[in-house]
Design a protein around this ligand. Structure first.
Ligand code: B3K
Ligand code: ZN
Length: 876
């Protein structure tokens, strides 16, 4: 078996060349065995470059058994094989030809979970980005699109279910007793969308009638015993199919749509054509085992993968530098969908929280890259918050600039023009321009500019003329000296001193309370006339651009917007800014007991008393910014001070409003949910109240959490009770965690939460607890969900103990990275980022963090994945 050399070579977008050969059809036969699997492929190739003399097929971790060209088996001297390629000489006059290639692979030994592997006894595949080359030799690049026919042969008892893309065309028992099934996918596709699943799985079936009247079979495959946990996924799928027809005019295009849930999966899910493979976390749910947040996650991931059928599969990426073409667009579409299905304001707040938590630090640190990266060592390292979440913000800005109707026209043209093609982001933007008639020339810079733009705001009011001048200035620390201004949509409105909207008196938004303005210069002034008194400007409503804002606002100004802004997002955001400012001031004072300012307490009291708000919004508005959010605003992050001060603030808020929290807790537990609000909103507010009550430090509320846990009939309340107690050392805490483990030990997804809550606990024994949990019989690094629930949660969700002074937190992480570097480099690389933030900490911590990065770089057999992340983290 050939091994891949670790070359760490960099690949550049500027070097892109069309493929020399194309593959028209591929016939695959996969014979599944217990020791190894034999893959035979017949490729029908066509020349695409008259000058090409060689054909170089990708292949890694493969044993070549034989290769034949146009029916003649080639001698060893007629081809070259190294750890990455099979290269053949192609005579100049040969235009069309076929190859028969036989390879042997060992899915049972595949711990990287790329290509064909086994999970809980079942075969499954993951081919994006470059997993197909671990199955057979192929032109494994997205601009090579072929029609696939796949025959799977295997033991009929072990693998009664055998699935691949497209429609089932044959099923039989062979003379040797093995089962053989054949699938045909009529839609040409790149190899990254190939999928194969085989196992003894249970099936849940439903159907969907498309708007043109076609009946589509919907099937979800899960491990036996999980059939009753597929309802929410199925409902979400049907809602997604309907929504894509209504919102984008996109209908499903095969007769069957399948989803398979597997327990060992590197990420969330995968949009393989007609056969989505999912991490079971994003399929399985019942109220007893999954939280409301899990339910939301399932709805959005099911939608996301389904929407890829058009944005990703029918129209795919020309090369991997175009990844945001399908990911940014599809995240935007799933966010739109979730906003339509749930509270739009709460959804938007969640989207922005995720962006700020994951993407802003990435964009400010050594791993910053534009949404269209210009180079990479390992493409799997570029499935980032920037490509996905910032990519979605870029599409959202196009939507904001064009407006709903023109955006739809642009999308229609995109689908019409590029269906069946592998395209670039440039082609996407051109289609949006063509369909809408809106010029996006300057807007294109968003695709190639790294870093989060900062907007500095200056306001002037001329009493005499009643004119208000708003000056905005762009800067971008990451974009360098030749920084070119971006085209930024500014959605804004003006309020009078009572918080009432002031309609614009002139310009394109005359008579309206809110409008979208184009900010295109480095410094730009907008003038508003006809005003009686100085207005208050509510800027970047709905977070109309992924920027940071520098605006002189004191506590009273922020409290004003927190109380009055008609834009719910900005209302929430003003509250967060207010809380951030106050916490930062307390940190400066080094006094976590200093009384919180009255302006802040009053603003809180107003929200607490406002019964018209959606309870989920109230919960979000009353939750202080997270520790990592506060950290982003400190020049040198002091994790201990942040935690102490934030906890001190929570305690004061808990005590000051104790009565109200108790009232809310009872109201949200007993009374029926308000009309038009889901029960989950009430649970969210109730559990927010619970955390503030526990924060008072009063023993009574430990009892309340205990009772909530014991009476709970749903996972949301159970986890909230545990989470509320996780930081204390108390017999009730120990009893509940023990009870939870006992009760749920057979349900992996539920136990993941148990690991996660403990990994995120802030108490003196945390480091020792985490180490003990790593030795727990239920812990394994081999299962990505389990690994993330302990190690990922610790490194990314427990700043106080990850950054513990001794450096033990860093050493735990680098030890895990070293172990996973060999078995699952993709997952290992994802763990490097927290160490890459070293420049944000004090000198002592910097030393400890960089020492671990250096250690990682010296690992024997360092994978490209980990190398790229550690090297950039240390040196960029
Ligand atoms: N396209 C996949 C992600 C593949 C990640 C490969 N390392 C899931 C998604 O974004 O829908
Ligand atoms: Zn995606």
């Amino acid at each position: 078996m050939s091994k891949s050399p670790a070359a760490h070579a960099t690949i550049y977008l500027k070097d892109y060349k069309e493929p020399d050969f194309l593959i028209k059809t591929v016939d695959l036969t996969v014979e599944l065995g217990e020791a190894d699997t034999i893959v035979t492929s017949r490729l029908d190739l066509a020349r695409n470059n008259a000058a090409a003399k060689k054909l170089s097929l990708n292949g890694e971790y493969l044993e070549l058994v034989s290769v034949a060209m146009d029916g003649r088996t080639l001698e060893a001297a007629e081809y070259e094989v190294d750890g990455k390629h099979l290269t053949l000489n192609i005579p100049a006059k040969t235009d069309g030809f076929h190859l028969d290639i036989k390879t042997r692979i060992k899915p049972q030994e595949n711990t990287a979970l790329e290509g064909l592997y086994k999970s809980s006894g079942n075969f499954c595949t993951q081919c994006e980005a470059q997993g197909f080359r671990r199955i057979t030799y192929y032109l494994d690049r997205p601009d090579v699109m072929a029609v696939f026919t796949t025959t799977i042969i295997g033991d009929a008892t072990r693998y009664p279910v055998m699935l691949s893309n497209g429609n089932l065309t044959a099923e039989k028992i062979l003379s040797d007793g093995r089962k053989s099934v054949t699938w045909h996918d009529p839609h040409p596709k790149p190899a990254y969308l190939f999928a194969l699943v085989a196992g003894d799985l249970a099936m849940v079936e439903d159907s969907f009638t498309t708007r043109s009247g076609r009946d589509i079979k919907l099937r979800i495959f899960v491990e036996k015993g999980n059939e009753d946990k597929c309802g929410h996924a199925m409902t979400s799928l049907k809602k997604s199919m309907k929504w894509d027809e209504e919102k984008y005019g996109r209908e499903y295009d095969l007769d069957i749509f399948m989803i398979v849930a597997v327990s060992d999966f590197n990420m969330g899910a995968m949009e393989n054509k007609g056969l989505n493979v999912f991490n079971s976390k994003y399929v399985l749910a019942s109220p007893e085992t999954a939280t409301d947040a899990d339910f939301d996650g399932i709805e959005s991931v099911i939608a996301h993968e389904y929407f890829h059928n058009w944005t990703g599969n029918r129209i795919t990426c020309r090369d991997w530098f175009q990844l945001t073409l399908k990911e940014g667009l599809t995240v935007f579409r799933d966010q739109q969908f979730s906003a339509d299905m749930n509270s739009a304001a709460v959804q938007r707040i969640g989207d922005v929280q995720r962006l700020r938590a994951a993407q802003f630090p990435e964009d400010a640190g050594p791993l910053a890259h534009p949404i269209q990266p210009q180079s990479y060592v390992e493409i799997n390292n570029f499935y980032t918050a920037t490509v996905y979440e910032k990519g979605a913000e870029v599409i959202r800005m196009i939507h904001t600039l064009l407006g709903e109707e023109k955006f739809r026209k642009g999308m229609d043209l995109y689908f019409e023009r590029h269906d069946g093609q592998a395209v670039t982001t440039e082609e996407f933007v051109s289609a949006l321009e063509g369909g809408s008639g809106v010029d996006l020339t300057q807007f294109r810079r968003w695709y190639v500019t790294p870093g989060t733009p900062e907007i500095t705001v200056n306001e002037k009011f001329d009493e005499k003329t009643g004119t208000y001048k708003l000056t905005l200035q762009q800067s971008n620390a990451k974009a360098g000296a030749d920084f070119k201004p971006l085209h930024i949509p500014l959605r804004m409105g003006l309020l009078d001193e009572n918080g009432k909207a002031i309609a614009f008196t002139e310009g394109p938004f005359k008579g309206k309370n809110s409008g979208v303005f184009d900010l295109t210069k480095k410094r730009e002034t907008f003038t508003f006339a006809g005003l009686k008194s100085p207005p208050r400007a509510s800027l970047f409503r709905g977070f109309s651009a992924p920027i940071k804002i520098n605006q002189q606002m004191d506590d009273r100004d922020l409290a004003f917007f927190f109380a009055k802004d008609e834009d719910l997002f900005n209302r929430w955001d003003a509250g967060q800014r207010l809380a951030n400012n106050i916490i930062l001031k307390q940190i400066e004072k080094q006094d976590e007991t200093a009384a919180l300012p009255e302006a802040f307490m009053e603003a809180f009291a107003d929200i607490l008393a406002d019964k018209d708000l959606d309870r989920a919004f109230t919960a979000a508005a009353l939750t202080l910014p997270g520790e990592q959010d506060i950290a982003q605003k400190m020049p040198v992050v002091d994790v201990d001070a942040i935690h102490k001060v934030r906890e001190g603030a929570r305690r004061q808020i808990g005590l000051r409003f104790e009565e109200e929290w108790r009232r809310l807790y009872d109201e949200c537990s007993c009374a029926a949910a308000p009309a038009n609000q889901p029960e989950s909103s009430s649970r969210k507010l109730k559990n927010t109240a619970l955390t503030y009550l526990i924060a008072t430090g009063k023993e009574d509320y430990v009892g309340l959490a205990d009772r909530q846990y014991r009476a709970s009939d749903n996972m949301t309340d159970s986890v909230a009770a545990l989470s509320g107690l996780k930081d204390i050392t108390h017999p009730v805490r120990e009893a509940l965690f023990a009870d939870y483990y006992d009760k749920w030990q057979k349900d992996a997804l539920v136990i993941d939460k148990w690991f996660m809550l403990q990994a995120m606990a802030v108490r003196a024994s945390t480091i020792a607890d985490v180490k003990a949990l790593m030795d727990h019989p239920a812990f394994t690094l081999r299962n990505p969900n389990r690994m993330r629930s302990l190690i990922g949660a610790f490194a990314s969700g427990n700043p106080v103990y990850f950054h513990e002074r001794s450096g033990e937190g860093y050493r735990i992480l680098s030890g895990v990275i070293a172990a996973l570097n060999k078995t699952n480099p993709q997952i290992a690389a994802r763990l490097v980022a927290p160490l890459g933030q070293w420049r944000r900490y004090d000198a002592e911590r910097q030393g400890l963090m960089t020492a671990e990065l250096e250690k990682i770089l010296k690992l024997p057999d360092l994978s490209d994945h980990v190398y790229e992340m550690a090297n950039k983290s240390l040196h960029n």
